[in-house]
Ligand binder design. Structure first.
Ligand code: C2E
Ligand code: MG
Ligand code: MG
Ligand code: MG
Length: 282
């Protein structure tokens, strides 16, 4: 556990010398405890998936959902926090594989109801940057007999920058298997337009930080409009994240953004509720 904590400190301190004051020490203590409990949750199945509906904002119809992991833990750490810890300890791969298995099982169990819906799965850089995952996916597709065209893997710019050639290959491999690939959180990191044209992506997810600003800052609104136009010009569908107000929704609609998700439309909800929502729509 000390290794884990030190590793975390190293990453956190970007390989600089970490000053171990009292708070730092307590923080590391907590991180190693969280990592330990995460390990138990991985072994014993302590996670649950919630699903956030994604809508075609032009037609108001629900077109799919994004699977988001939840972990009921005694530390009060939220999803973003424990995912970051798991990325630092390497536990993220086991988590990603559990999510893939669970989502495929969910779709297989509800194949009638889910027939015309999409499903998005977040994939960490570590899982995406290794060929292993392809074998795992092949095995799971044939086991659950699901249609990979219904699945979208969300990767982040962080996955891309380490090795553009490998990323091209991996996106190609996933596409050859009929999966879709989305670029998540676009605009938050490196946002190089250079690789957008080189990767055969399906969707571009516009980060919540842009959605937050489009109704407040005219310049940001222009930038988002251009991102949407650029994306559709090169054959990418846009999905806006974190829509919380009618004004944001209207602005995005008017700018031609195709899809969206956010608390205004629906929060992430448990499996049975999302099934109810799809049934109610059809
Ligand atoms: P993300 O993939 O960008 O997911 C969107 C996040 O925004 C989710 O947070 C979602 O609950 C939240 N969100 C959606 N609409 C709104 C809104 O209108 N307002 C606000 N304030 N938030 C909204 P969540 O579920 O806490 O997940 C955080 C991040 O953790 C995700 O960001 C993703 O990077 C990661 N994550 C979540 N589930 C998984 C998973 O199963 N595997 C992996 N590898 N990462 C995951
Ligand atoms: Mg996502
Ligand atoms: Mg996102
Ligand atoms: Mg995000």
């Amino acid at each position: 556990n000390l290794d884990i904590a030190l590793n975390f400190a190293k990453n956190n301190g970007r390989n600089q010398i970490v000053f171990y004051d009292e708070i730092q020490h307590e923080k590391l203590e907590l991180y190693s405890q969280v990592a330990f409990e995460l390990g138990r949750a991985i072994e014993k199945g302590g996670f649950e998936l919630f699903y956030q509906p994604i809508f075609n904002i032009q037609t108001q119809k629900m077109v799919g959902a994004e699977a988001l992991i939840r972990w009921d833990n005694p530390f009060g750490v939220n999803t973003g926090e424990f995912i970051t810890i798991a990325e630092n300890t390497g536990q993220i791969k086991d988590i990603d594989y559990w999510v893939i298995d669970s989502v495929f099982k969910f779709i297989a169990q509800h194949n009638q109801i889910w027939a015309h819906q999409m499903m998005s799965i977040n994939l960490s850089a570590q899982s995406f940057n290794s060929n292993e995952i392809l074998e795992y996916l092949k095995k799971k597709i044939s086991f659950y007999k699901i249609n990979p065209a219904q699945i979208t893997f969300e990767i982040t710019e962080y996955s891309i920058i380490s090795n553009l050639e490998f990323t091209k290959e991996m996106v190609g491999n996933l596409k050859n298997m009929s999966f879709n690939v989305a670029l998540d959180d676009f605009g938050t990191q490196y946002s190089s337009l250079n690789y957008l044209g080189k990767l055969n992506l399906d969707h571009l997810k516009i980060d919540k930080s842009y959605t937050d600003l489009i109704t407040l800052n005219p310049l940001d609104k222009k930038i988002v409009r251009h991102i949407i136009n650029l994306a559709s010009d090169i054959g990418l569908e846009t999905v806006a994240e974190g829509i919380e107000t009618d004004a944001q929704l209207d602005a995005l609609k008017q700018m031609g953004c195709k899809m969206g998700q956010g608390y205004l439309l629906s929060r992430p909800i448990p499996a049975k509720d999302i099934i109810g929502l799809v049934e109610a729509q059809s």
